[in-house]
Design a protein around this ligand. Structure first.
Ligand SMILES: Cc1cc2nc3c(=O)[nH]c(=O)nc-3n(C[C@H](O)[C@H](O)[C@H](O)COP(=O)(O)OP(=O)(O)OC[C@H]3O[C@@H](n4cnc5c(N)ncnc54)[C@H](O)[C@@H]3O)c2cc1C
Length: 294
């Protein structure tokens, strides 16, 4: 059992995130809209759909941020993008940590997701549904110790339309299936489809709902999408695993050691993964910058 503790801890922590989730009416994007509103009220100019591709430096300071469309003068730069991507792809020689350091990190799981729309109401479902009807130990081993696609996956189903009528048309359900998997596995369409069929079978067996003939919308998202859409290291979904050696001061630092006006924020630095900690991370770095640069 002690050997399985990190896997168990991580999966239970994941379940805990799920069960403890606070859900705003209209979905999680309502948080984004609320933050956008506060920022605009405080004269922040938000520019979207531009990828940062490099920086221009003057001695030990970044003075320009170069994006796919333009470039911007900068007094202070805070990167909220994946820490490894910021270090290895954007800062290169000025990276805080080496390739060896990153390869020694234990990453939290990635996941295979399916967004599914169903044209009828379903029974025996709650907003959050955890399917822990297979071996947690085996699934943990297949995530951390012997990384491979799970032989009998545990999974989570979110059915927000059970509690929030605004997220699906009348008489329909909005479902979100999630299987935690090891990061950096080979991810292709055939594998995704294989697991979708496993999910449908287990969902039917455990809830009595056969949805195979009622699917009106289906979209998958997995490791390759986390890499291409979020630049996520190894296609991880939740940053670093919560192990003792990657906790608190042992997490990647918010300050760049070589560039005096460069900072990092988000789930790979302090305090860690999850929506609330990532928001707090922004607050931590903002306070640090205000204290040291005003
Ligand atoms: C399926 C799933 C379910 C989850 N469920 C929960 C939950 O129930 N509760 C919870 O608390 N947490 C949950 N999490 C975790 C939570 O979503 C993350 O911890 C959090 O969103 C991380 O925030 P972040 O700001 O660090 O990174 P992100 O939200 O990934 O934001 C980083 C942004 O940087 C952008 N970016 C990357 N590279 C560049 C570049 N070069 N130029 C410009 N922009 C760039 C990315 O596109 C992205 O928009 C879940 C995560 C997943 C994937």
């Amino acid at each position: 059992m002690p050997n399985e503790t990190p896997a168990l801890y991580s999966l239970m922590n994941y379940a805990d995130i799920k069960l403890g989730t606070w859900y705003p009416k209209g979905g999680m994007h309502k948080f984004v809209e609320a933050f956008e509103k506060i920022a605009i009220e405080n004269n922040v100019k938000i520019i979207t759909n531009e990828e940062v591709v490099s920086f221009e430096k003057d001695k030990k300071r970044i003075n320009k941020v170069i994006t796919t469309n333009s470039s911007y003068f900068a007094d202070i730069v805070i990167s909220g993008a994946d820490y490894h991507h910021t270090d290895k792809k954007l800062l290169n020689d000025d990276a805080n940590y080496s390739k060896k350091y990153w390869n020694k990190r234990v990453m939290a799981p990635s996941c295979l997701l399916f967004y599914v729309g169903v044209d009828r109401k379903l029974e025996n479902l709650q907003h959050h549904n955890l399917f822990f009807d297979e071996s947690l130990t085996n699934h943990g081993v297949e995530i951390y110790k012997e990384p491979k696609w799970p032989s009998a996956p545990l999974f989570y189903v979110c059915a927000p339309s059970v509690t929030d009528a605004s997220v699906a048309p009348k008489g329909c359900e909005n479902l979100f299936f999630l299987i935690p998997i090891a990061p950096d596995l080979k991810d292709d369409e055939e594998t995704r489809e294989k697991y979708f069929n496993i999910l449908l079978d287990r969902f039917k067996k455990r809830t009595g709902n056969d949805i195979s003939e009622n699917i009106v919308y289906k979209k998958s998202f997995c490791i390759e999408d986390f890499k291409t859409e979020y630049n996520a290291f190894k296609g991880n979904a939740y940053g670093l695993a919560n192990t003792l050696r990657q906790t608190a001061v042992l997490k990647p630092s918010i300050r760049n050691k070589k560039i005096s006006n460069f900072y990092y924020t988000g789930q790979l630095t302090v305090p860690g993964p999850g929506v609330p900690p990532s928001i707090i991370s922004g607050e931590v770095v903002a306070k640090y910058v205000l204290k040291n640069h005003s």
